[in-house]
Design a protein around this ligand. Sequence first.
Ligand code: 5AD
Ligand code: SF4
Ligand code: FES
Length: 347
Amino acid sequence: MNQFEIKRLVDKAYDKAELNKEEITSLLAADINQLDYLLQKADQKRKEICEDEVHLRAIIEFSNYCRRNCYYCGLRKDNQHLQRYQLKKEEIIKTAQMAAELGYQTVVLQSGEDEYPTAQITEIIKEIKNTTGMAITLSLGERDFAAYKLWREAGADRYLLKHETADQRLYEKYHPGMSFENRIESLKYLKKIGYQIGSGVIIDLPGQTPEILAEDLLLSQKLELDMIGSGPFIPHEKTPLAESKTGTVEMTLKFTALSRLLLPLAHIPATTALGTIDVEGRQKALMAGANVVMPNVTDSQYREKYQIYPGKICINEEAGDCRQCIGGIIASLGRFVSQNKGHSLRK
Ligand code: 5AD
Ligand code: SF4
Ligand code: FES
């Protein structure tokens, strides 16, 4: 593609938030050295929509038990080399309260697909709401629809459930025993009952093509996602994809920039996975459309046991260290940490 054609497509995306599958594919397939204009217009759109405000979401990784066997993930059930842990209700609540004291306005309760009792999650949500007032995001994988409803009524604000890939064949290949349809139906149901929904993809999964990533963006538009994230695939030794190639910073940035142009009102995180393959990864994403960072507040004794991929950053840090580090990164880019909860920009 020549520069003239790139400019035409980027301008169209910028003006109309709309491109067809072929157009998105050709931008994703272009060399990053030709795409300065794409990244620049995504940054401009981010500034129009979000100004220089960056939202922080504090993540508590409260259990690494998982009943699933996703091909790429180190927490998969068949990984016997991992010591499993599960925080008690009181520990989770205390961690959330500590996050609130550090100034966080959103807490993300994240785990593998553990069978943590529904009623206990409900109590945790209520207690965190009552004592901190923080916004609460759940990131617990697929549960039954009745549980989603109970937790929403208990005060959970958002649900993060990545669709990982929009290609049904690839999805079902890498997620044994899971159905793509149920994934999408879950997201639709969560939205219907009032959650702000976040989803996202793994970039450069083996077998993934620019066409498939274009489908990911079109699907994300259709789902009216309130948040869309993307992180590079990082092979984990104890998984079936151990020998596959690591995803690229370039593709992740192209996807991030197109996310901002095609879903202008979405929150877009600069992901930890991108920060893992490139020390400047999160900064680069924040300059290519992203407006969110999700620092870890998990007690440091558990961090090394939540390595969904190897080399994950912040393993030896404490919650306060990460808060400071992120504050520094954001300030160094001339941006500032938001003072509000950072609810969906769609309403
Ligand atoms: N590389 C990158 N991202 C991964 N995830 C899981 N395993 C990997 C990996 N090897 C992401 C998935 C999942 C979340 C737990 O982390 O997107 O939703
Ligand atoms: Fe479990 Fe999530 Fe990892 Fe899949 S990606 S194995 S559901 S923790
Ligand atoms: Fe954890 Fe930088 S965010 S050390």
